[in-house]
Ligand binder design. Sequence first.
Ligand SMILES: O=C(CO)[C@H](O)[C@H](O)COP(=O)(O)O
Ligand SMILES: [Fe+2]
Length: 215
Amino acid sequence: MVKIAPSILSANFARLEDDIKDVELGGADYIHVDVMDGHFVPNITIGPLIVNAIRPVTKLPLDVHLMIQNPDQYIEDFAKAGADLISVHVEACNHLHRTIQQIKKLGIKTGVVLNPHTPIEMIQHVLEDLDLVLLMTVNPGFGGQTFIPQVLPKIKALSEIIKEKNLSIEIEVDGGVNKETAKLCVEAGATVLVAGSAIYSQKDRHKAISEIRGN
Ligand SMILES: O=C(CO)[C@H](O)[C@H](O)COP(=O)(O)O
Ligand SMILES: [Fe+2]
């Protein structure tokens, strides 16, 4: 069954604990945490302090999506704050292999993210070291954007490579995922769906999660 990772970017930050517990009760598999630095992307969101604050309010793994320049400098802080999985953007890493080893050494799961225009060839030499590849289906920086369908063939191609190599890597998609686009992503091979606005804009978040999962 496809996993659902609600993005708290679209939650009410004044009621973060309630908004996290609500999606946990609704069957979410991860809590997706969007970290933006105002440099790699034109928006500023949250840091390790918030990750540390939300860690005790949920049993779900915290899936931390770093949209920051120089991620090496902050990886340890996010791991100590309670991240279970840290994903770094290929486009933000000068020495991707080194950054991946840094995350792995901390004993947490390791993910790499590709922007919509970045080809999967960029990660072919590090695939064996990854637990997850996150394919952006919007240009990162904001919630509530429109899904970019041109990424679908990339999801399919990555899924085929993973099968061919007999690897155990999750394919996560992020951006503009709703019940319609979720179906296309799952058909292409996505195994984890991030959804922010499509869950948190709804009064009944439990129903939204089920619908995105395709139930
Ligand atoms: O990484 C992100 C943006 O850069 C968010 O995770 C993503 O946009 C989720 O929001 P929505 O589902 O509303 O598109
Ligand atoms: Fe994200």
